[in-house]
Design a protein around this ligand. Structure first.
Ligand SMILES: [Zn+2]
Length: 461
């Protein structure tokens, strides 16, 4: 495994991270970090993912030094078990119930052995379930974590439909890297250890029994030789089908965009053309949001993409992103926050394939819990995109079909466009011009339309 790397993190008793390290996924490094954590009274976490070695790999470095190589354009691949973090608002009994449902699916439906479906009590109020990547035939890829999220959500939907009640999983855990407390590490809040559970324990023990068991570390319940060394056919077939379904929307977006000759971003979203430099709701919501560590990169990227799409000059974009970064990354000094923002803005402005996408922005906004239905961006989409949209029906769950508008609205829209043209022609009469400009041209309010329509009539009278 020495050609694979892993991300490691130490957390102090007050829940503060030290800078994440990045080094070979070896037993030796694991042991030395475990000892370091013990000496410093800290808790050791490691990424669920392992990463293909960076081209100029030298021992242990910091994650922030290599992060760019695993995200965005032409990223290096990573590998991970299919993982689930089952945690339902502090209700351990319920979390155990959901964990049993998931384990049952993989063991009974897919025929996986106990060694391939490993379960840990998290040390607080939930369970971690990791399905062996070899048994499922999971291949390394740069988009694996994103694909895994879609597969996990679909599985939960499937199990819920088949009677698993109000089952829900934490969707925020499908981020890169996802740091998981390592087995036998203590949770300072509960004083309990993260311990591995045998399946019979998961199914038979109560929440009270399990917390009792977690007072002591337990060690690994399996030897390396016990673990699967080849895919299990039924399970591998399930994974490859689920993966194909998860990838379809992105591949479909890329294919159709190619056919129609449109620009597509590295993440597969179509680039939207903006006709105004006003900040649309999908971006404005995020600018005010407080983002969890797993979503911060994404928000910064979307803000930078919008700035680029709106042709905001580089320096202005930098100050916009810097402001957000400084407010949302309290662990960084002002100088480091600025450096961080600069690296993002630079990579967006410097890479021709990055552009603004309202759908991508809305998806990022949902990740930071800012619901922002966005009308403004819909209105500025190019006419030529309609062709692509019609091709995407039933292929892309993230696609929002363009809204039908009423004849009255269409009249108002046309009137406003004509008004603007007229205003532009009358630019030598600045008084009237300023008057027209004061009104938001994209306002959808009925009175706005009536006024606009009225002005059109007057102009023709
Ligand atoms: Zn938008």
């Amino acid at each position: 495994m020495s050609h694979w790397y892993r991300c490691y993190g130490l957390m102090d008793s007050r829940g503060r991270w030290r800078a994440w390290r990045f080094g070979p996924a070896t037993e030796a490094l694991h042991d030395s970090l475990t000892a370091e954590a013990r000496r410093a009274g800290q808790v050791l976490f490691a990424s669920a993912q392992t990463f293909a070695a960076p081209p100029n790999a030298v021992g242990v470095t910091h994650w922030r030094q290599v992060r760019e190589q695993y995200t965005g354009d032409s990223a290096l691949p990573h590998l991970a078990p299919l993982f689930f973090d089952v945690d339902c608002d502090g209700d351990l009994d319920k979390a155990l119930l959901w964990a049993r449902t998931l384990v049952e699916f993989f063991v009974v439906q897919l025929g996986l052995g106990e060694q391939a479906v490993r379960v840990w009590f998290s040390g607080s109020k939930g369970a971690h379930i990791l399905i062996d990547p070899v048994a499922l035939g999971i291949e390394p890829s740069a988009a694996l974590t994103a694909d895994m999220k879609a597969v996990a959500i679909e599985l939960v939907r499937h199990l819920t439909a088949r009677g698993a009640g109000d089952m829900a999983i934490d969707r925020a855990v499908y981020s890169l890297p996802r740091m998981l407390r390592l087995p036998d590490q203590v949770n300072p809040k509960s004083g309990l250890h993260k311990i591995e559970l045998r399946h019979h324990e998961l199914f038979q023990l109560t929440a009270k029994d399990i917390t009792e068991l977690a007072r002591q570390p337990r060690g690994s319940l399996w030897m390396a030789d016990d673990l699967p060394d080849r895919p299990v056919p039924a399970a591998a077939q399930w994974w490859s089908k689920a993966l194909a379904r998860a990838r379809e929307p992105r591949e479909f977006r890329i294919r159709t965009a190619e056919v129609v000759g449109l620009k597509v971003r590295p993440d597969g979203y179509l680039v939207d053309e903006l006709t105004s430099s006003d900040i649309p709701p999908c971006i404005a919501g995020m600018m005010k949001a407080v983002a969890s560590p797993g979503s911060r990169n994404r928000v910064e990227l979307q803000i930078a993409c919008w700035a680029k799409g709106a042709k905001v000059p580089f320096d202005e974009a930098l100050s916009l992103v810097s402001k957000w970064t400084a407010a949302n990354r309290p662990e960084l000094s002002a100088e480091n926050a600025c450096a961080k923002a600069e690296s993002i803005v630079r990579s967006v402005y410097g890479n021709a394939s990055y552009g603004f996408s309202c759908i991508a922005a809305q998806s990022a906004a949902r990740a930071v819990s800012v619901a922002s239905p966005c009308d403004s961006c819909q209105a500025v989409r190019l006419r030529s995109l309609r062709q692509v949209y019609s091709l995407r029906v039933r292929h892309d769950a993230q696609w929002n079909p363009p809204e039908r508008i009423s004849l009255e609205e269409a009249r108002g829209l046309t009137a406003r466009i004509i008004d603007r043209r007229v205003a532009a022609c009358q630019a030598d009469r600045p008084g009237d011009h300023a008057n027209w400009r004061r009104q938001d041209p994209r306002s959808r309010s009925r009175t706005g339309q009536a006024r606009a329509a009225g002005r059109l009539c007057n102009a023709h009278a």
